[in-house]
Design a protein around this ligand. Structure first.
Ligand code: SPV
Ligand code: MG
Length: 551
């Protein structure tokens, strides 16, 4: 079952959703198959466990406390824990078994706890036979245990307070942890089961599973058994199956993994006073957006916010491109850069600037253009025509604010955002610095502007295009067009008219975009907006190698 399938239909009430979560947890605990609960301690770790494929969560007292910077000694109040649980429950469709420690007091506290957990959609609680405030099981020896009858009262009070028949109450036996021995562990488990516990968590802090297996054998499945193999982690999971265990809790590993990662990254940044070393090793900001569901918010904005005209994009991606065998079965825009095609990366960048209406002019191996959410526009004559002909294939889309971009460029998000913000009807993104890397003979879309790049932060005077061509004297070059342009509605109309004029002159098939912009610059203000790096295009295998280092 995938994550989507497990999601309740959107129109069920919160009450029904809560009910189905409790039922799902009960199925996990009672099913004859071995089930796994993954630790989570906040909304994000809950989402990550769901994404990984787990079907239920363990809201660990240890890791929730630690993630709040607190000790596992009931330092966080139970309502503070409840607040964290609410975020976790809202963040996933998975049922949560919460570590209720010793129940935060006596039977009366357990009553309120269980009632409130039901309200927040928590599917079950585990309470342990210790005293308030509790101490983590891995600290010290001979921890005091609750009186058996008193703890049975907590269990009964919890079961009497559940508002959902499927709510799961697990009773945790700490007798082995406290060194009280197997007979006491069995006696307590029996009493807790008789008091109404739905399952028994038998805990051990040995490095081997011997006492767990001995307990399981004598318990003989009188109720489902839950274990936490944190210390006896080397035990093969199949042995738990063979021992008839119901559920394994991986109790603290998401938090421990994040401590390692946060520490490593934080120390590196501190030492380097720079982000360069770590950028490629940490999750992207896009990944954060995806995890918390930004796409859904954008859809909702379309539905609920007053209509705001959004830009569309035309991507020119019809040519094969000269990357040898890499473009044998796909066009250049589909070449892989670190696990994603150039086009996919471009489409994401556009989407992050709010541009979701993307038309891609395809020709060579258009069957290989598999990016989702785009409209494919055909240039069936790609083999004998140039890029202006491709743009002409999309001329119906040149209506309203439009981004025109080559399918083989990558650029940082801020470049697109800045371009969108510049005033002007035709605005070209021009790199002022790249030329210094190689000679101008390596570049194609060279730009002559009426003013060079000044680098002055306060200089807001517009710069205008004079000419664009592959063939410009070095001393006249102002920069290189990055293959990215923004047209206002008026600019888009000018482009349509100019395409028609070029067509009427019989030049459309072979014309390129430098010709288009140079002609437009003679009639209208074509604005040059300078950038300095942070983009690349992929014309050669060397470019591709550079692209693979560009994140
Ligand atoms: C927790 O995860 O908080 C637990 C399991 O209670 S243990 O830390 O093993 O006690
Ligand atoms: Mg705990």
């Amino acid at each position: 079952m995938n994550i989507q399938d497990r999601r309740p239909p959107i129109d069920v009430s919160a009450h029904d959703t809560h009910r189905s979560k409790a039922a799902a947890l009960r199925r996990e605990i009672e099913s004859p198959d071995l089930s796994f609960l993954m630790e989570a301690h906040n909304g994000l770790s809950a989402k990550i466990a769901e994404e990984a494929g787990f079907s239920a969560l363990w809201a660990s007292g240890l890791t929730i406390s630690a993630s709040l910077g607190l000790r596992d000694s009931n330092e966080a109040s139970w309502t503070q824990v409840l607040d964290v649980l609410e975020f976790m429950s809202d963040a996933t469709s998975l049922p949560i078994l919460v570590d209720g420690d010793s129940g935060y007091g006596n039977f009366n506290n357990v009553r309120r706890l269980v009632a409130k957990l039901g309200e927040r959609g928590i599917a079950g609680v585990c309470i342990e036979d210790k005293l308030f405030p509790k101490t983590n099981s891995f600290i010290g020896e001979a921890q005091p245990l609750a009186d058996v009858d008193e703890f049975c009262g907590r269990i009964k009070a919890g079961k009497d307070s559940q508002t959902d028949d499927n709510f799961v109450l697990v009773a945790r036996v700490e007798a082995l942890i406290s060194g009280r021995g197997m007979e006491e562990a069995l006696m307590r488990a029996e009493a807790y089961h008789a008091a109404g516990a739905d399952a028994i968590l038998i805990h051990s802090k040995l490095k081997v599973p011997s006492e767990i297996f001995a307990f399981a054998e004598r318990w003989a499945n009188r109720a489902p058994l839950v274990i936490v193999p944190t210390t006896y982690y080397t035990t093969p999971t199949d042995l738990f199956r063979q021992a008839g265990i119901s559920t394994v809790i991986w109790a603290n590993h998401a938090l421990r993994a994040s401590i390692t990662a946060m520490r490593e990254t934080t120390r590196r940044i501190f030492a380097d006073q720079s982000l360069q070393e770590i950028e490629g090793r940490v999750a992207t900001v896009k990944d954060i957006f995806a995890l918390v569901g930004n796409a859904e918010l954008e859809e909702a904005e379309q539905r609920y916010l007053p209509d705001k005209a959004t830009a569309r994009a035309v991507v020119l991606a019809a040519s094969r491109g000269g990357l040898d065998e890499l473009t044998q079965d796909r066009p250049k825009c589909m070449v892989d850069v670190r696990g994603q095609s150039l086009l996919q990366r471009l489409v994401w960048t556009l989407a992050d600037s709010g541009i979701r209406n993307v038309g891609v002019v395809c020709g060579y191996r258009k069957d290989a253009v598999t990016v989702k959410g785009i409209s494919v526009i055909d240039n069936t004559r790609y083999a004998e025509t140039g890029e202006l002909y491709s743009l002409a294939c999309a001329r119906d889309r040149l209506d309203g604010e439009t981004i025109v971009v080559y399918g083989d460029v990558l650029f940082r998000q801020y470049i697109l955002d800045a371009l969108m913000a510049v005033k002007g009807d035709i605005v070209l993104a021009v790199d002022a610095l790249k030329l210094f890397e190689n000679g101008p003979e390596h570049y194609r879309d060279l730009v002559v502007a009426d003013r060079p790049f000044s680098g002055d932060y306060l200089d807001e005077e517009p710069v205008h295009l004079r000419n664009m061509s592959a063939d410009i004297a070095r001393s006249d070059i102002s920069g290189e067009w990055m293959g990215l342009a923004r047209l206002s509605a008026r600019g888009a109309a000018w482009v349509r008219d100019e395409i028609a004029a070029i067509e009427a002159e019989g030049l459309l098939e072979q014309a390129d975009l430098p010709l288009l912009f140079s002609r437009l610059a003679r009639k209208y203000p074509v604005i040059v907006h300078y950038f300095t790096g942070h983009w690349l295009d992929v014309d050669t295998l060397q470019d591709l190698a550079n692209a693979r280092n560009f994140t």
